[in-house]
Design a protein. Structure first.
Ligand SMILES: [Zn+2]
Length: 163
């Protein structure tokens, strides 16, 4: 999937196999929220986050029907390994709103602003991907980026297959 802001200052690219991993995790989470982190790199022009790996929910995550406290167990070692092997790093978060719209809640927005200013994350413009609906059928996705105190929506664009 490919998303861009209308001014094309911010983009997000998610490879199909990582999207499948997310949908699989949503299916196995049934009517509870789930989520994980997006890892990858920025393009040389720094305009697009290129996701290479998504994680599923860490074992210490707590899940409800309309809330998620994403845990942290194991993430440090995943990030360390990807940094050492591939120079890839934390880009943001994804999570699932089961059988509901992928609209960010006040809590979602607050958490992203917190991450944007948190030094351990070292990610001043984190991206958030929300999957909503039925992961076995009619699902949809929205993506947002959080530069400074802003929230900017990225619109999905069809990837051209002939270029
Ligand atoms: Zn949410």
């Amino acid at each position: 999937m490919e998303f861009w802001s209308s001014d094309r200052r911010f983009g997000l690219h998610l490879p199909p196999e990582e999207l499948q991993k997310i949908l699989q995790e949503c299916r196995s989470s049934a009517d509870h929220e789930t989520g994980g982190i997006l890892v990858g790199y920025y393009t040389e022009a720094h305009d697009s986050a290129r996701v290479t790996v998504v994680t599923t929910a860490p074992a210490d995550s707590q899940k409800g029907r309309t809330w998620l406290l994403r845990g942290t167990r194991g993430l440090t070692s995943v990030l360390k390994e990807l940094w050492l092997k591939k120079r890839e790093y934390y880009l943001g978060e994804w999570h699932f709103h089961p059988y509901a719209a992928p609209t960010p809640s006040g809590t979602d927005i607050g958490q992203m602003h917190e991450i944007a200013t948190s030094s351990p994350y070292a990610c001043p413009e984190p991206t958030m991907l929300i999957i909503g609906g039925d992961p076995c059928g009619n699902w949809n996705a929205r993506a947002f980026v959080f530069p400074k105190a802003e929230m900017i929506e990225l619109q999905e664009e069809r990837e051209s297959t002939d270029s």
